[in-house]
Design a protein around this ligand. Sequence first.
Ligand code: KG4
Ligand code: ZN
Length: 345
Amino acid sequence: NRPLRILGIETSCDETAASVVLRETDGRGEILSDVVLSQLEEHSAYGGVVPEIAARAHVEALDTLIAEALARAQMSLSQVDAIAATSGPGLIGGLIVGLMTGKAMARAAGKPLYAINHLEGHALTARLTHGLAFPYLMLLVSGGHTQLVLVRGIGDYERWGTTIDDALGEAFDKTAKLLGLPYPGGPAVERAARSGNPERFTFPRPLVGEARLDFSFSGLKTAVRQAAQAIAPVGEQDIADICASFQHAVSRTLKDRIGRGLQRFRETYPDVGRPSLVVAGGVAANQALRVTLDSLCDKNGFDFVAPPLHLCTDNAAMIAWAGAERIAAGLPADDLSVSPRARWP
Ligand code: KG4
Ligand code: ZN
């Protein structure tokens, strides 16, 4: 039982990141440094993340970023207690870069290595930022994931719902692309939606009313395409109306799906007085969706917990923190033979 200083490494998608996080003996966390390099510019010309470009960009940037993270934390490698590196799920090229770097440093400095599941990083962030107690519900909505997860404890998760086709961020990105808006699509769609009429188009609300807690967004994208084709040439106001109607449909869908999740949480944990719903992932930046979730939580007696945006999107502080939590929980370090995993539920 001692303070832990953990170096975290994240390379699973298009952000190269390194961070040093401190965990006090009482469980409080402090981010000593948090360096993120987005590869957005490298990928934007292609309208999406190109795995090979991402892997090469990680190789080029990672050692400098790690040195920067240690320098900002005013620490040398010998002073960290352990190294935590994302080992999945994600793009395999990037995962190899980050995990191999972590292993090499662990070996050279004689430090334990923790191979972290990226999703666990997202799931535990609210304990770093808000000191949240277990159990709680987490909604992860990013370009790659759409999951409603029951967080019961360290390494103890139950996935209650997931997308059966596109991730929500992907639906935003594809909608933007169809309408000729820039990548990444989420912010562009949200901006356009502000001056649009959400009632002009009635887009599908997939799985609404169903008892299971899954999501589906590919039908929405198809409906957007059909709406755009029906009014070609599409003007600026049409784009705004489509975006507003799209966001409205997403909003309604989340309200139904998450609303059921909150109910199920209540039934599972009748003794938790005021439970929490935590959001994570890039789509959590969307103000309209935040308002929807916030009022849904309010109506159901839940706290709506939204960590600051830079900790909702991909970062290494959450990976370092997950490592610290695993150590504090007495979980063993990983063997240096551990392999990266592109898929890892
Ligand atoms: O978590 P993130 O930065 O990266 C990963 O996917 O891991 O999420 C990126 C996703 C993209 O699909 C982007 O379009 C979406 O988050 N996004 C948004 C907004 N800002 C980013 N979606 C809706 N509204 C936004 N304001
Ligand atoms: Zn992520």
